[in-house]
Design a protein around this ligand. Structure first.
Ligand SMILES: Nc1ncnc2c1ncn2[C@@H]1O[C@H](COP(=O)(O)OP(=O)(O)OP(=O)(O)O)[C@@H](O)[C@H]1O
Ligand SMILES: [Mg+2]
Length: 79
């Protein structure tokens, strides 16, 4: 089981003419004890990806799981 996984994650900022699609259908899984590098040019979505993977940002669309549990289903107490 992946320690952290993102499934079909999309992130949209803003609306109308100011709308930015920061992430499009991102799929990622990291196993426990492994090292992952996030690389890409400026503006490619690295910080957005890390904010979502770290639970600081809820994706516009898609699912994030930690140890098989959905972030959206977790309480602030971590239960
Ligand atoms: N809060 C926000 N509001 C509007 N647009 C945003 C916001 N955060 C990021 N973006 C846009 O989303 C896209 C991805 O930005 P992000 O900061 O994730 O890229 P990055 O790969 O971390 O870039 P850098 O290498 O410069 O740090 C960019 O087009 C950026 O302008
Ligand atoms: Mg960044």
């Amino acid at each position: 089981m992946a320690a952290i996984s993102l499934t079909n994650v999309n992130q949209v900022f803003g609306s109308g003419t100011a709308q930015v699609q920061a992430l499009t259908d991102v799929n990622f899984a990291a196993a426990t004890g492994t090292l992952s590098l996030v690389m890409g040019p400026s503006g490619s979505g690295k910080s957005t990806f890390l904010s979502i993977a770290g639970g600081l940002l809820t994706p516009t669309i898609g699912e994030v799981t930690v140890d098989g549990k959905k972030y959206s289903g977790r309480s602030k107490k971590g239960a």
